[in-house]
Design a protein. Structure first.
Length: 251
């Protein structure tokens, strides 16, 4: 399907990961801009993307965000991944992309649910287009949290309806379960990416329904990149941990 807009392509993203030699997406789940800026400076050379939840940042200020986080990430070649999980109709997702956090101005990849219909992808891309930028959408096909309602049938419908859309770079899969990842890879084929949260070398760290799998197993099962938060940011040595996760995911 050829959209009327430019997208960040799967090839662009995969070659940026290849160049950086790491398949680790850092989940920087912090409350302040300075903590995020600090972790980026510390572990930036071992990650390919910086995943944020911008609505969780207490002191959010767009100028500081652009100067202290987005600018340095761009200089390092780290893609900005806003895990916003858009879920509304296309138009509302567009206005959320263009809201006070100005996600469209800095995010390269955003997450979205498929629940409201495929036009959500169009709405998100319209926002990027209005900012003169391009990006791509990762659609939730599975989740790592226990008791989630994204069952096999839903996952199949999501993949079948989105794998032909150029503005979609891939799918979020359940990193805690390698057979879920292999099944997802079977549905997706090789043209789109699979990004997997629910990854930690110490599965005992899981809390509040999170489940964890091993990074090497996730990659072996077909994941393009692993999303790691606590395993790095709560480690006493974040730099050593980031290096270790990057090594575990090396091809
Ligand atoms: N995240 C998940 N599971 C999911 C999806 C997103 O954990 O199914 I979709 C996010 C939440 C958090 C990060 O920002 O990935 C994982 O962090 P930890 O490695 O600290 O569990």
């Amino acid at each position: 399907m050829s959209p009327g807009y430019a997208c960040l392509s799967v090839d662009d993203i995969r070659s940026s990961m290849e160049e950086r030699g790491t398949r680790v997406i850092l989940a920087a789940d912090f409350f302040t801009i300075s903590e995020i800026s600090h972790i980026l400076n510390e572990v930036g050379s071992h990650i390919c993307m910086l995943k944020t939840h911008v609505d969780g940042i207490h002191d959010f200020d767009l100028d500081r965000w652009m100067n202290e986080v987005v600018g340095p990430a761009r200089e390092m070649g780290v893609l900005m991944f806003e895990d916003r999980k858009f879920a509304d109709i296309g138009y509302v997702s567009k206005i959320q992309m263009l809201g006070h956090q100005r996600i469209a101005e800095w995010a390269d990849v955003v997450t979205a649910h498929r629940i409201s219909g495929p036009d959500i992808v169009e709405g998100i891309h319209e926002a990027w287009r209005e900012c003169g930028r391009k990006g791509s959408v990762a659609i939730l096909a599975q989740m790592s949290s226990s008791g989630n309602l994204l069952d096999e049938e839903y996952c199949k419908k999501v993949v079948e309806s989105c794998r032909g859309i150029d503005g979609v770079c891939g799918f979020i899969g359940n990193g805690s379960n390698s057979s879920n990842i292999s099944e997802l890879r079977g549905l997706v084929g090789s043209a789109k990416m699979i990004l997997t949260p629910g990854i930690n070398l110490n599965s005992a760290e899981a809390r509040m329904g999170q489940r964890y799998g091993h990074p090497r197993e996730a990659i072996a099962a077909g994941s393009d990149a692993v999303i790691v938060g606590s395993g790095i940011i709560r480690n006493a040595d974040p730099l050593g941990a980031a290096k270790k996760y990057a090594e575990e995911t090396a091809a």
